[in-house]
Design a protein around this ligand. Structure first.
Ligand code: SF4
Length: 330
């Protein structure tokens, strides 16, 4: 359904060119739930925004790569064509619902505007009354109690979790096939977080949706996704099933991420983090971008970039510890 191939993304800044994505490859099949994890600034949100053409061009530019959605290269579409894909084929929900809901308009006004626009794009335009009925149905689907009354309220009258449900309902209004959820639970407390993840899982099953979940939290990804892609400094470094990554990750960065998750059964004085920080995107390391922080770094790592390679069925990684990941001329 979605295939990102060797995507590079650069930002031209006064200090130089920031090479923010350095050949990202990801794929998602119909009905799949893929989590993308990594530290803040690793390029996961930027990747999802590139899919929907939401990046400012300039300063952003895409020097190479392809993004296929159901066989069409989204990067070859005009702004008008991509705006038709947004919402009706691929929808997105974001971290902070208050930023995306207008405080001066009722939920009814905001939802019906979106529903009417999508219905026109889908070729079966709805009138205002039909749009209100659909909005109430959607609020019911995301488990908002008394939706026919609450629809007349304003965003400030909803709790954080309820606002996120409203945004999910709006995202579903165009009947998309793929939902991109960018840190959808980060701004919520833990119990509400669990409810939203349960709701998303329920929607995936009921509506046969595919989900691309962006999160810095492996635990959140594990609750919703079957597969995970670990990103580091603009590269995908490992992809596999969630079980495999949790039980036996192969990439040193994935291993470090896993060690930094607090566990109830293990009493520790302090958590084990990954020493150092993400490198500069303007002058990134020439070879493996994780080399300055990697406990297993070797001579080859500083000069040669490892290639993301399938090392066992359904499990790919980019690390020179596995000779299959070395380019032929290395
Ligand atoms: S390629 Fe080298 S530096 Fe990079 S993760 Fe593997 S061992 Fe570490």
């Amino acid at each position: 359904m979605l295939e990102i191939k060797d995507l590079a993304l650069h930002f031209d800044t006064f200090e130089g060119t920031a090479k923010v994505l350095d050949g990202v490859s990801l794929s998602l099949t119909h009905g799949d739930t893929l989590g993308v994890v990594g530290e803040t600034g690793c390029g996961k949100s930027i990747t999802s925004k590139a899919v929907l053409g939401l990046l400012p061009v300039p300063p952003a530019r895409i020097p190479r790569g392809e993004i296929f959605f159901k066989g069409d290269d989204l990067l070859k579409k005009s702004p008008k064509e991509i705006s038709k894909v947004r919402g009706t084929k691929i929808a997105m929900i974001f971290q902070d619902p208050m930023t995306y809901l207008n405080p001066v308009f009722s939920i009814e006004k905001q939802m019906t505007d979106v529903i009417i626009r999508h219905s026109r794009q889908n070729g079966s335009p709805l009138n205002k009354k039909q749009a209100i009925e659909k909005a109430v149905e959607l609020l019911k689907a995301v488990q908002i109690p008394s939706p026919d009354q609450r629809i007349r309220e304003y965003p400030h009258e909803f709790s954080g979790g309820m606002r996120q449900r409203v945004l999910i309902a709006m995202a579903l209004s165009g009947e998309p096939e793929l939902l991109i959820a960018d840190e959808p639970t980060t701004a919520l407390d833990v119990t509400i977080q669990a409810q939203i993840l349960r709701l998303l899982r329920d929607l995936v099953n009921r509506l046969n949706l595919s989900i691309l979940l962006i999160s810095h939290d492996l635990g959140v990804v594990a609750k919703l996704c079957h597969r995970v892609a670990v990103m580091y400094a603009g590269n995908v470094v490992e992809t596999s099933t969630i079980d495999r990554i949790f039980t036996a990750p192969l990439h040193p960065y994935s291993q470090g991420l896993l060690r930094s998750i607090p566990r109830l059964k293990k009493r520790e004085d302090s958590l084990e983090g990954i020493a150092g920080s993400i490198p500069s995107f303007i002058n990134p390391p020439k070879g493996c971008r994780f080399a300055p922080r990697c406990p297993k770094v070797m001579d080859i790592c500083g000069n040669v970039k490892p290639i993301l390679t399938e090392v066992e069925p359904g499990h790919s990684l980019a690390c020179h510890l596995f000779p299959a990941c070395r380019p032929a001329d290395a």
